[in-house]
Ligand binder design. Structure first.
Ligand code: FAD
Length: 828
């Protein structure tokens, strides 16, 4: 007798199971019940049909019931919903929605592939006619029809998962103003926060109003428009709302028939995809599966696993033993200019599992080109690799970039299937020619990095650790070129380019841990090797360099929106009434260059322009837009216009600040380095006076001044009165021998047992020259930064309590960092 197999659900898992079963068993009787009108449609393509990227609706219908019947002899019953399962009698009850008729159908084996449904929480007003979810063809038709027939201008997408982001992009493509509201601190839950920040930057630069850490409190529908009140009280107006906040498994049928479910409602299956009933199999979004990486049970609503599970269920039913080995969640999505892809476990999940960084797992960040840099059109792939500390086993990878992203993730996903380690990634021989890759592919590079970390060739520090380093124990060295620092830098870092490191090695204190960073980690690795071989024992490299650090620190409010001048308008008080299109401007084409290439070119160009002149820059690097905005802020230039034309970012800058009548001090300071820095080494009265007179003069000219007080210079900062502090004998002796405060300082020459000082103060008074005390106060009021050298304080036993208020305490790195922004550094 023919094996009679009924299948509930005719899309990913169901259709795949049916076709496989037929290929295995020509005699089986196969029936698919699909409650909707369509089977085997391309749910993954639905957002792109709404955005008109997929123009032909028919192309979404991968197979029709007729096709399946003709080729596979499958009885496909659309508009037929299975209402219940009678396990004892092995039959299902079905309703035909077209005729209203109900009937029973018996089975030998039953496959459930009922999928999942989008969540619709009970938020007040959620049933308004312009609030949609997107899951199937009718949903898509309804959205498309609404967009095409109503006069829609504003859309809000609630939920920043991959479907929400795809919808946001497609609605933006249609020319709508789009907002995304996401309850969590990040979009795209499958990746970690610092990686998601790359998406946040790109989403906002593409003109989307991204609201993170916020949810919807209420919808109010009024005349075709919905007012959305967010939890923080903000209100958004939307002509259409797309809800995309997650899914729940369609497991009621399984539950009602007494099949075993997990706490989340997922159908429990064994590795043959068999449920708790011997004759019922279940696959797809509705089942729980084994986490391939860490064991344990998970639910992963993705098409790839659903299709594979359908095939495995069919094999087992046909008598071919087959097992499902777990899901690792390999996924990919297009988010505006970027492709984002990941596989395996992310760090958030590891933390939830109680795993600890540097004990259980390690991380490596890399930013390598997708193909040879000299071949046109290369772009960076930002990657995060997570691997086990004890043996280097790969636990997961996340990648974001323009091209070649999913290829790398797929390679690593494959390696993971075979329990691959970072060493395996180094060994992989991957296809290479300049248009496609590099002789050392980004996958190999991640392997090398992981190996170096595991074998201790390179000690790394992560972006989340660097800000809390104790300056007394660490020196942070930025080994990028000087100009790159205009893009921003790690606080308290000094700049010695990797090429200058050998000559300046003596500036670094071997007793401290040296933390090196560059743009991505590669130059810093070279610098690490130099220092280690020159006898430095404690050297760390910032993983992923300034790129990872600044991505993680990115503030979504800092970027003006493309094609939307609102942010610019906020910043520009006195706007020239000019037509930016026709105005005379220098042009600069940076397309094809990647960060920091375009910024370096802008820097070179603008240096030779006159104040008030305009520069139009074109770039293809999606990071350029955010970079140029922060670069302008730092350098005091003005971002006048931003636009995205096809795939190019076009900006117009004006050299200097917007209004011609404003003072250009900030711009000059940064572009021409006009800060002043001073080492005040001497505690002599005349030298102290001279230093404060110069400092106040420079501050009055709008210069930023840093005074670094070290050794005897610290005495200038001492309070007059004795402060009760704990000191050892030598410290006490030092304290007694040194002058306490400005009134005890002596002249360097002609002091004559203190007479010289007294005479000097008298003459100063007569000639109306301010006293040292008042010069110090003026300096503080003028914003002069006074820094007491902590190392000298330690040596001389001077305690913080003994020094005047309003000063900073820091090491030599702080002085060096100030000095590199200065055109004059004085040693007094
Ligand atoms: P489905 O494919 O959803 O099929 C379930 C079917 O069962 C439904 O048609 C339903 O009507 C029917 N059904 C349910 N109950 C009954 C019943 N009692 N009787 C009869 N019929 C019933 N995944 C990716 O991997 N990549 C992507 O890019 C991607 N993009 C997506 C984009 C969108 C807009 C959507 C909605 C999903 C996307 N997915 C993507 C997810 C992927 O489509 C699902 O994971 C996959 O389709 C699940 O397969 P399934 O067979 O479990 O369920």
């Amino acid at each position: 007798m023919a094996n009679k197999v009924l299948i509930v659900g005719g899309v990913a898992g169901g259709a795949s199971a049916a076709a496989r079963l037929r290929r295995n068993d020509e005699n089986a009787e196969i029936v698919i019940f699909e409650r909707g009108e369509y089977i085997s449609f391309a749910n993954c393509g639905l957002p792109y049909y709404i955005g008109n990227v997929i123009e032909d609706r028919e192309s979404l219908l991968v197979e029709t019931p007729e096709d399946l019947n003709k080729r596979f002899n499958i009885d496909v019953r659309v508009n037929n919903e299975v209402l219940s399962i009678d396990k004892e009698n092995k039959e299902v009850k079905v309703i035909n929605h077209k005729t209203g008729e109900t009937y029973k159908e018996s089975y030998n084996k039953l496959i459930l592939s009922p999928g999942s449904s989008p969540l619709k929480p009970p938020i007040p007003g959620i049933d308004a006619p312009n609030i949609f979810t997107i899951w199937n063809i009718p949903d898509t038709d309804a959205i498309k029809n609404y967009v095409d027939t109503k006069n829609i201008k504003k859309a809000t997408v609630v939920g920043g998962g991959f479907i929400g982001l795809e919808m946001a992009e497609n609605l933006k493509e249609l020319g709508l103003e789009v907002s995304i509201v996401e309850l969590e601190e990040q979009v795209m839950a499958s990746i970690d926060y610092e990686m998601a920040q790359i998406l946040h930057k790109n989403i906002t630069t593409n003109g989307v109003d991204l609201r993170l850490n916020d949810g919807v409190k209420e919808f109010k529908h009024n005349n075709g428009e919905t007012e959305i009140t967010l939890n923080n009280g903000d209100k958004l107006e939307a002509d259409i709302v797309i809800l995309s906040i997650g899914v729940r498994p369609n497991s009621q049928l399984a539950e009602e028939s007494g099949l075993e479910l997990n706490k989340k409602g997922g159908i429990v299956v064994n590795d043959n995809m068999k449920t708790s009933d011997n004759d019922i199999y279940a696959v797809g979004d509705a089942v729980e599966v084994e986490d391939f990486v860490y064991g344990g049970k998970i639910m992963v609503p993705l098409a790839g696993p659903a299709n594979k599970q359908g095939r495995i269920a069919a094999n087992n039913i046909a008598g071919i033993e087959d097992t499902y080995k777990g899901t690792q969640g390999t996924s990919v999505a297009k988010v505006f200019d970027f492709t984002v892809s990941s596989t395996g476990v992310n760090e958030k999940t590891l933390k939830k599992l109680g795993k600890k960084y540097n004990e259980d797992y390690l991380i490596a960040y890399a930013h390598n080109n997708n193909h040879a840099g000299y071949y046109p059109g290369s772009s960076k792939i930002n990657m995060k690799l997570i691997f086990r500390k004890k043996d280097g086993k790969i636990l997961g990878v996340q990648a974001i970039g323009i091209d070649g992203v999913e290829k790398r993730v797929d390679v690593i996903a494959t390696a993971m299937r075979y329990n691959g380690t970072v060493y395996d990634l180094s060994d992989l021989e991957l296809a290479y020619a300049p248009p496609y890759g590099s002789a050392k592919d980004p996958v190999n590079m991640l392997g090398f990095l992981g190996e170096n970390i595991l074998q201790g060739k390179m000690d790394i520090i992560q972006w989340f650790e660097i800000d809390s380093l104790d300056e007394d124990k660490y020196t942070i060295v930025d080994v990028r070129e000087e100009e790159e620092r205009d893009l921003g830098f790690v606080a308290n870092s000094i700049n010695i380019s990797v090429d200058d490191l050998r000559e300046n090695i003596d500036m670094l204190d071997k007793n401290k841990t040296i933390v090196l960073y560059c743009a991505t980690g590669i130059r810093a690795y070279v610098a690490t090797r130099i220092l280690l071989q020159k006898g430095f024992k404690k050297v760390k490299n910032l993983s992923g360099g300034y790129t990872t650090y600044s991505d993680a620190e990115f503030d979504i409010n800092s970027v003006p929106l493309i094609g939307n001048d609102t942010e610019l308008e906020k910043n520009k008080e006195p706007v020239d009434n000019i037509d930016l299109e026709s105005i005379e401007k220098t042009t600069l084409n940076c397309s094809g260059l990647q960060c920091p290439g375009p910024i370096m070119k802008v820097y070179e160009k603008i240096k030779n322009m006159d104040n008030g002149e305009y520069l139009e820059v074109k770039a293809s690097d999606p990071g350029f837009f955010a970079d140029i905005a922060s670069w302008c802020q730092r350098t005091g230039n003005t971002l006048m216009k931003t636009e995205k034309i096809n795939k190019e970012f076009v900006v117009i800058l004006k050299k200097g600040v917007e209004a011609d009548n404003t003072d250009n001090t900030k711009m000059k300071n940064i572009m021409e380095k006009t800060d002043k820095s001073m080492v005040v080494f001497s505690g002599d009265l005349d030298k102290a006076l001279a230093s404060f007179i110069i400092a106040n003069g420079a501050a009055a000219m709008g210069r930023k001044v840093t005074m670094f007080f070290t050794f005897w210079g610290l005495n200038i900062l001492r309070k007059d009165e004795q402060v009760p502090v704990k000191k050892n004998l030598i410290e006490k002796m030092f304290g007694l021998m040194m002058p306490r405060g400005v009134n005890k300082l002596k002249l360097s020459k002609m002091n004559m047992g203190g007479m010289g000082s007294i005479m000097m103060k008298k003459i100063m008074k007569e000639k109306n020259v301010d006293s040292l005390e008042s010069l110090i106060k003026q300096a503080q009021n003028n914003g002069v930064r006074m820094v007491a050298c902590t190392m000298s304080m330690d040596l001389m036993g001077i305690k913080e309590e003994e020094l005047i208020e309003g000063i900073d305490y820091a090491g030599v790195a702080t002085f060096l960092s100030a000095a590199e922004k200065s055109d004059a550094s004085l040693f007094i």
